[in-house]
Ligand binder design. Structure first.
Ligand SMILES: Cc1cc2nc3c(=O)[nH]c(=O)nc-3n(C[C@H](O)[C@H](O)[C@H](O)COP(=O)(O)OP(=O)(O)OC[C@H]3O[C@@H](n4cnc5c(N)ncnc54)[C@H](O)[C@@H]3O)c2cc1C
Ligand SMILES: NC(=O)c1ccc[n+]([C@@H]2O[C@H](COP(=O)([O-])OP(=O)(O)OC[C@H]3O[C@@H](n4cnc5c(N)ncnc54)[C@H](O)[C@@H]3O)[C@@H](O)[C@H]2O)c1
Length: 467
């Protein structure tokens, strides 16, 4: 029986464990904080649960246009209830995952694991574990998966104190909503929290070191978010934070050009660093890149035979879905299953702002840069009958289609619940469907997804079939 030790129980680790157990391997999963890892306990799950509460308030505000009379200022956020729902749900989901792992026969150990081979180049590996109870154990393994995730990046000049200068993991300890929140960093994490707090009625200043929020996302989508953000009274401050300090009941964010942004609280969202120190990588000869990420190939192999790595510790698209797939692929590969290498081109991703931004495949930026020949068409949701009925004014659907074949290679949806609407486009990208395939699909009338089939109709001539 193949002995597998998995270090870390986030999506990469626990999904790998489920696959390995299904194949009859002897699986030990070592997790320091709780099954589900950071994803479930501190990052993805808590943030999306928090955002759901913000969405409740937005729904009340947005229903004004529909004739519902309820003053926005009368809708109060019970932040203690919100936070306790967030943490309660995270803990419950972690417990569910833990039970599932034990049910399928995985040995779950609470503790910190490190590679502990006596010398590099051995065929089997050794993992030492320091249990949360202080107990030391050693495990022999034919296969090891390193899935230790990542942690919030801390700037030496802006060290979180857990009271007013916070990482996203410390927000749920607050007993009141911030009066004025300064969010430093306008990547996905920063934009999501800036949006959620804005929707909750908090004044937000978002410090962005780049020309725009969400520099890696579709430019038209980022523009919509910036417009919504300023329409709700929050502000975007362009500049790089050089330091953050407390001044009585205030926080002062000093920008590199000397300007200051003051607020009641500061949320640091300046990225993540991989948890790859003190886990014995150098001992077995595993190389990390300049930022400390473990380098892996598309079947999750590290440079050392028998040791795989998956998820955020590899820096390959830091998403739960990708982490989980890397973990599964590692196990299929290690256990001799024929496995297709990881494909990043078909990953659907979503930014949970209000409205949401969902994307898949080739971006317009790649087309505009000449990297990929394609036609791009955008349809504002304002033209969609269902959007009109719902009173939606912002948002759009965009398709990226190959000329000559009409094959759909990318798309963007900016809409409430864009995360749900992106699936037909993701299926088209995954399966090589054409604009014509979308055009011939009967969507519900009236529906937001009707804009996707309508875009297909407008682009169907690109398949070169003059019929
Ligand atoms: C605020 C935020 C929101 C996000 N929202 C989304 C989202 O909506 N959708 C999405 O797809 N992605 C989202 N992500 C990204 C997603 O959370 C990560 O990609 C995902 O958590 C990666 O999973 P992982 O298994 O690699 O690691 P993690 O979830 O980080 O889990 C790794 C686990 O390993 C443990 N560990 C570390 N070292 C050791 C050791 N030596 N021994 C034992 N255990 C160890 C850690 O404590 C941790 O519990 C979000 C990220 C953030 C920061
Ligand atoms: N909905 C989701 O799927 C979701 C949500 C959150 C995070 N994530 C993933 O997690 C990963 C990390 O995202 P993230 O947003 O936490 O980090 P990030 O590294 O993507 O963004 C951090 C931002 O902070 C900026 N920054 C750094 N130092 C700064 C300074 N001193 N002053 C001002 N700005 C500064 C950077 O320029 C960057 O734009 C991404 O891969 C993301 O996709 C996904």
């Amino acid at each position: 029986m193949t002995r597998i030790v998995i270090m870390g129980g986030g999506p990469a680790g626990y999904e790998a464990a489920l696959v390995a157990a299904q194949y009859g391997a002897d699986v030990t999963l070592v997790e320091s904080d709780g099954a589900g890892g950071n994803c479930v306990l501190y990052d993805c799950v808590p943030s999306k649960t928090f955002i759901a509460s913000a969405g409740g308030r937005s729904a009340v505000r947005d229903s004004r246009h529909l004739g519902v009379r309820l003053a926005e200022q009368d809708v109060e956020m019970d932040v203690v209830a919100v936070h306790s729902r967030v943490t309660g749900l995270a803990v419950a989901q972690s417990a569910d995952i833990g039970r599932r792992l034990v049910d399928v026969g995985v040995t779950l150990i609470e503790g910190r694991a490190a590679l502990d081979d006596p010398a590099p180049g051995l065929a089997t590996h050794r993992v030492s574990v320091t249990g949360t109870d202080g107990l030391e154990q050693e495990f022999e393994a034919d296969v090891v998966l390193v899935a230790t995730g990542a942690s919030p990046r801390v700037l030496p000049s802006a060290v979180p104190d857990g009271e007013r200068i916070l990482t996203w993991r410390q927000l749920y300890g607050l007993t009141e909503l911030p009066e004025h929140l300064v969010v430093v960093g306008s990547g996905v994490t920063g934009a999501e929290f800036a949006s959620a707090y804005t929707e909750m009625g908090v004044r937000v200043s978002l410090v962005s070191s780049r020309d725009r929020v969400l520099p890696s996302e579709d430019a038209d989508a980022a523009e919509v978010i910036e417009e919504v953000f300023s329409a709700r009274g929050s502000s975007l401050v362009r500049g790089r934070a050089a330091g953050v300090a407390r001044d009585g009941d205030e926080v002062v964010v000093t920008l590199s050009d000397g300007r200051e942004v003051r607020g009641s609280h500061c949320l640091m969202t300046v990225g993540s660093v991989p948890n790859t120190t003190d886990i014995g990588l150098e001992r077995v000869g595993i190389q990390t890149g300049p930022s400390g990420f473990i380098q892996v190939d598309r079947v999750s192999r590290t440079s050392v035979s028998g040791i795989y790595a998956a998820g955020d510790c590899t820096g390959v698209l830091m998403l739960a879905s990708v982490a989980a797939m890397q973990g599964r692929i590692a196990m299929w590969h290690a256990l001799g299953e024929g496995v297709p290498p990881l494909r990043l081109r078909t990953v659907a991703a979503n930014v949970f702002t209000h409205p949401e931004i969902a994307t898949v495949g080739i971006s317009q930026a790649e087309v505009d840069a000449g990297a990929v020949p394609a036609s791009v068409l955008r349809l504002p949701l304002a033209t969609n009958p269902r959007a009109k009925m719902l009173g939606l004014r912002e948002g759009f659907v965009k398709l990226v289609v190959r000329p000559a074949t009409g094959i759909v290679i990318g798309g963007v949806v900016v809409a409430p619940e864009a995360s749900e609407l992106i699936l037909p486009i993701a299926m088209a990208v995954q399966n090589g469907l054409t604009a014509k395939d979308l055009a011939y699909t009967l969507s519900v009338y009236p529906s937001l997804s009707g804009s996707i089939t309508e875009l297909g109709r407008r682009l169907m001539h690109l398949d070169g079939d003059l019929g």
